[in-house]
Ligand binder design. Structure first.
Ligand code: PLP
Length: 382
C-alpha cells in the first residue's frame, strides 16, 4: 500500500541531496575531526562548513552554533546551561518564565530545574495558543534571568509573537531563548532582527536525519556545559562529533535557505486547499490554533463525534499517516495539555487530528485524505 505521509511535524523524510552529502562521512571520510592528519582535517572542515550553512539560515555567526544530538538536547543545554551559570556565580537569580504549551523538552527540563531549586512560571496562552504578553511581563521579578518561549507550537502550529517577547525580556535585562524546532526551515528566522539570545533547532524536522540538532548562543552569553568530557564544541558539548549528520544538517539548512519562499508557498497552498476541501465536505469541523499566525504546513482540527485514536487507526488502514497530537500519538488517551491550555472542550480535544504537510505531498494526496476523512467520519453523522 502506498503511504500518504501527513505527519511532517513528527519527522520528515531525508532528502536525496542530504543523503548524498552525508554518505561519504559514513564510509571513506571516517576521520575523527580532532585528529591532525588529512582525513581528520577533512572531517573538521566539513563540520565548519555545516556550521556556516546553519548560521546563514538563521543569520548568526558560525561560532555561535553548537552541535547537539537533537532538539531536546539543545533545549536542555540552553535552560540547564544558563541556570547552572547563575547557580555557580551565585547571582541569586533563580526564576525562569516559560509557557504552558512548550514541548516536553522544555517543560520537563523546567520540572528538573524546579527540583534543583529554581522557580518556574508557566504563563497562560489564549484560545489560539498565543502567549499573553501582559501575563508574561507581569510575572517578571528581580530574580528572573530567562524567558523561554517556543517559536511555534508543535501541535496547533501557532507562531508566537517572538519579537515582542524578546523586547520585553531585554527591557528587563533578561535573556530570551526560543525552541524553534518546528519553525526553522518553515518560516524566515533572523536571530539578529528578532533579538534572540538562544535558539534550538533539530535536523529531522527539516529533511535531515534524526539524532542531530544545534543550539545558537549569542556571542558573549555565559552558559555551563552539562555533558562533561573532551573539549569538543569549544568546551561546551563533549563527545566526538557526529560528522555525517552534522554535514546532513548543514546541507538541509542550505536547501531550506535557498527554497524557503517557494517551500512556504507550497505548504500554504496544500494546507489551504485541504482546509477548503474538508470544510466543504464536513462543515462541522473545528480548526484549532491561530489562522493569522500559524506555521504554513500545519492544520489542526477537531471532530466532535470520533476519537483521535480510532480516527488514526482508520486512516492508517488506508495508508494515511497523521497525528492526534503528541499525547494521543503515543497511545495515551488523555487530553493533550496544549489543547487543555487553549481551553478546547474535552470532546473536541479527544477528537483532534493534526495534519502537517511537507515537500513530498501533492494535491492528489490531499484529495485522497479528504475522501478518506469523509468516509470515516460520515457514518458518525458529522
Ligand atoms: N521542540 C519541539 C517544538 C518539537 O516539536 C520537538 C520534536 O518534536 C522537539 C523540541 C524535540 O526535538 P528532537 O526530536 O530533535 O529531540
Amino acid at each position: 500500500m502506498d503511504i500518504k505521509y501527513f505527519d511532517n511535524a513528527a519527522t520528515t523524510r531525508i532528502k536525496e541531496e542530504v543523503l548524498e552529502e552525508m554518505f561519504p562521512y559514513l564510509s571513506v571520510e571516517y576521520g575523527n575531526p580532532s585528529s591532525v592528519y588529512s582525513i581528520g582535517r577533512k572531517a573538521r572542515k566539513a563540520i565548519e562548513e555545516a556550521r556556516k550553512q546553519i548560521a546563514s539560515l538563521i543569520n548568526c555567526k558560525s561560532y555561535e552554533i553548537y552541535f547537539t544530538s537533537c532538539g531536546s538536547e539543545s533545549d536542555n543545554m540552553a535552560l540547564k546551561g544558563l541556570s547552572y551559570a547563575q547557580m555557580y556565580k551565585k547571582s541569586g537569580k533563580d526564576h525562569i518564565i516559560t509557557s504552558k504549551i512548550e514541548h516536553p523538552a522544555i517543560i520537563n527540563t523546567c520540572k528538573t530545574l524546579e527540583k534543583q531549586g529554581f522557580r518556574i512560571t508557566y504563563v497562560d496562552v489564549d484560545e489560539n495558543g498565543l502567549v499573553n504578553l501582559n501575563s508574561l511581563e507581569n510575572s517578571i521579578t528581580d530574580k528572573t534571568f530567562l524567558i523561554s518561549i517556543m517559536y511555534a507550537n508543535n501541535e496547533i502550529g501557532t507562531i508566537e509573537p517572538i519579537n515582542e517577547i524578546a523586547k520585553i525580556a531585554h527591557k528587563h535585562n533578561i535573556l530570551f531563548h526560543t525552541d524553534a524546532v518546528q519553525a526553522v526551515g518553515n518560516i524566515q528566522i533572523d536571530v539578529q532582527k528578532s533579538n534572540i539570545d538562544m535558539l534550538s533547532l533539530s535536523g529531522h524536522k527539516i529533511y535531515a536525519p534524526k539524532g542531530i540538532g544545534a543550539l545558537y548562543v549569542k556571542k558573549g552569553i555565559e552558559f555551563e556545559r552539562f555533558l562533561d568530557g573532551g573539549h569538543q564544541e569549544r568546551d561546551k558539548r563533549s563527545g566526538t562529533e557526529n560528522v555525517a549528520e552534522i554535514v546532513a544538517l548543514g546541507k538541509a539548512c542550505q536547501i531550506a535557505e535557498k527554497n524557503l519562499d517557494q517551500y512556504h508557498r507550497k505548504l500554504i497552498d496544500l494546507r489551504d486547499y485541504f482546509i477548503s476541501s474538508i470544510k466543504n465536505r464536513l462543515p462541522n469541523i473545528k480548526i484549532n490554533g491561530s489562522m493569522e499566525s500559524r506555521l504554513p504546513g500545519n492544520c489542526h482540527l477537531s471532530f466532535d463525534n470520533i476519537e483521535s485514536g480510532e480516527l488514526l487507526l482508520k486512516l492508517d488502514e488506508v495508508g494515511i499517516c497523521a497525528s492526534g497530537g503528541s499525547a494521543c500519538s503515543s497511545g495515551d488517551n488523555s487530553i493533550s495539555y496544549v489543547l487543555a491550555a487553549i481551553g478546547l472542550p474535552s470532546n473536541l480535544a479527544k477528537g483532534a487530528l493534526r495534519i502537517t504537510f511537507g515537500d513530498y505531498n501533492t494535491i492528489e494526496e490531499v484529495d485522497f485524505l479528504v475522501d478518506a476523512l469523509e468516509k470515516i467520519v460520515n457514518p458518525y453523522k458529522q
